[in-house]
Design a protein around this ligand. Structure first.
Ligand code: V47
Ligand code: SF4
Length: 393
């Protein structure tokens, strides 16, 4: 594959006998960089076959990024898994009264984690966890200040809108005041968690008690207005249907039109172990690839579509690189438990930079290390690949 392949086979799709006129119209719109309507997004989910979706999503991906596939060097801090909420899909949290079954890290313990990476060229710490009733805004501002004092160049990305909504309400601050306070302490960006599915019919069933769609979007909008970039996720492949997925992406697309503050959209595949939705089957690989492809085509104002390899597994992640994905998150270094507790293939997610680069190159793409805000730090495709690597990886 190469970036020259942008001319590719528009004609082939537009003249293929098996492709319906409606799908050809959609293909034409993609080739002419026109926005898809929600109905067209739905049609892609419902009627388009995987090879068609793959071709279009790959066309769009290569038009934007060529073969580049981004990753960063990061680690996570999960301050606690004690949580005041009880999302049905969550395998990770423990309620306060059973907190002895979970963990709560002190600020000193978290600083020990940060210091462990002192001699490594890590660029980002990703802080996310349960919503603990006793860990407040002040605690996290102090933690961020300590991290920045210790290692000023380390980018601090932290807290889902769910954690922030609770922190701000407890501190009796408006969202704008709370976000400003965190920014002054050194918070630089936010991850995309907590979005789940915005549509109230589904949200009520899977996470009724936490911040709703409007609250989530308001927090991200406020971050964007303070020049803080954020990501957006969607938990897919459980009890939602395609209408809910399109509704979710449509709300994100509308906010992005206003602020341009989102960097990446991350579809998160629902994993069904050790949670209250264990009876719900997980999606198969065809459905996963369709999800990434439709996201790439529908979210025309999102620069990046990310496959979070720790959750999806390495091989599916490689495949997604041909279905619209241009980012695979980071090295992680076995510092997150959210997915291993929910049954992901990766029980101790962590890859060396060399492994991550090899994973990307074996899929026929170019590995580019980025920082959190997508400044390119190093293009590994320009470096010689050691010839003694086994070919079956
Ligand atoms: O909000 C929880 C999800 C999210 C399950 O922004 C589950 O760069 C699947 O948002 N099956 C947190 N998913 C993780 C997250 C994230 C991860 C990596 C990178 C970024 C980023 C964000 O994990 C939660 C929830 O949607 N989650 N339980 C489960 N059983
Ligand atoms: Fe708490 Fe987040 Fe788990 Fe929901 S998904 S129960 S908010 S840790």
């Amino acid at each position: 594959m190469s970036s020259e392949s942008n001319q590719y086979p528009a004609e082939f799709l537009l003249h293929h006998a098996r492709i319906s006129p409606e799908l050809k119209t959609i293909a034409q719109k993609i080739f002419e960089s026109e926005r898809l309507t929600p109905d067209e997004g739905l049609l892609l989910f419902e009627k388009a076959e995987l090879p068609f979706l793959g071709m279009l999503a790959n066309y769009e991906r290569e038009k934007r990024h060529g073969d580049k596939t981004f990753f960063n060097r990061n680690f996570h801090i999960e301050p606690t898994n004690v949580c005041v909420f009880s999302c049905a899909f969550c395998s990770y949290s423990r309620v306060y009264k059973h907190r002895e079954e979970g963990w709560e890290l002190s600020a000193d313990q978290m600083m020990e984690i940060v210091k462990k990476y002192d001699d490594q060229p890590i660029t980002e710490v990703h802080i996310v966890g349960g919503v603990h009733p006793r860990l407040n805004l002040q605690f996290f501002c102090d933690l961020i200040r300590r991290i920045k004092a210790h290692r000023p160049e380390l980018h601090v990305k932290g807290f889902t809108a769910v954690e922030l909504d609770y922190m701000f309400r407890k501190a009796k601050l408006s969202v704008a005041e709370g976000m400003r306070t965190l920014k002054e302490a050194g918070l630089q960006s936010m991850p995309g968690g907590g979005a789940e599915i915005f549509h109230p019919d589904i949200r009520e069933k899977i996470c009724a008690d936490k911040v709703d769609a409007e609250g989530w979007l308001h927090i991200h909008e406020t971050a964007h207005r303070l020049d803080m970039p954020t990501n957006a996720t969607m938990l897919y492949g459980h009890i939602e249907n395609y209408v809910h997925r399109i509704d979710h992406m449509e709300r994100l697309r509308a906010l992005q039109d206003k602020t341009h503050g989102f960097n990446a959209f991350i579809p998160l595949k629902f994993r069904n172990q050790n949670n209250d939705m264990s009876g719900v089957k997980e999606s198969g690989i065809v459905e996963d690839l369709k999800m990434y492809a439709v996201a790439r085509l529908f979210l025309d104002n999102f620069p990046h579509i990310k496959a979070y390899w720790a959750m999806l597994g390495r091989q599916t992640t490689q495949l997604t690189l041909a279905y619209g994905v241009d980012d695979v998150d980071g090295t992680i270094d076995d510092t997150t438990k959210i997915y291993s507790m929910a049954g992901a293939e990766e029980q101790h997610p962590g890859m060396t930079t060399e492994e991550l680069v090899r994973l990307i190159h074996r899929a026929g793409r170019k590995a580019v290390e980025r920082d959190t805000v997508y400044h390119e730090l190093r293009d590994y495709s320009l470096e010689a690949t050691p010839s003694d690597q086994p070919v079956n990886t």
